[in-house]
Write a protein that binds this ligand. Sequence first.
Ligand code: KIV
Length: 267
Amino acid sequence: MIDKITTTKLKEFKQKSQKISVLTGYDYETALILNEAGIDVVLIGDSVGMVKLGYETTLPVTIDDMIRYCKAVKRGNSRALLVADMPFLSYENEIKDAVLNAGRLIKEGEVEAVKIEGGAEMVKTIKKIIEAKIPVMGHIGLTPQAVHQMGGYKVQGKDKDSAKKLVDSAKMLEESGVFALVLECIPADLARTITSNISIPTIGIGAGPHCDGQVLVLDDMLGLCSRVKPKFVKQYVNIRAKILDAVKQYCSEVKEGRFPSDEHTYK
Ligand code: KIV
């Protein structure tokens, strides 16, 4: 029997002070690896737009893009809770559209929950999505979909007022019914305050060690990304260098007639 992770289990992890492991995932083969490694949550993040589709920001990603990646991850996953990002402009305008788009990620993308960026201003929408029986994960601090409004990818909550706003938003999101909350790029002390003030798990990215769980973009931690690496990313392996070596070796073997050898040839 697989010990399937659910939103309820994540809340139990917090109560038992067990940390929660989260990584992004976008495709079938990687999902199989994450599953075998025993990751708790796979986030099909709209970061897919930057790391897989080569966009400058996450803003161009569409619901249809998300659904395709969600389905691929679903095929390789059996244990982790699957959470999908609601992409930019799929939930901010009409609440009815937000519920329908969240529903598409569940029905067509086959994930189990959605993630929404934003604080107090999103509470009404989040409540409606939850009323439609769709679990929602919140996301505050640096919210990449607001990159132009924030003037870049900067640490948030550094002064007293903005820190208080984040503490208040976290409380409001908890009251609105979100099952977990991503805290991105905020000072560690602020993340600790938020984490101890709410009963739902906090998942940190660039938010220090006191959160209930941690999330990283998979391609960043694998060293598969050519873009500048933020300070909070720990690179566990340099896959990019390994792929580059392998492809260079293949090119020279083909050019020099050393591939295919007898071993890879039908007689
Ligand atoms: O899109 C994403 O990958 C995310 C994480 C960085 C939290 O939202």
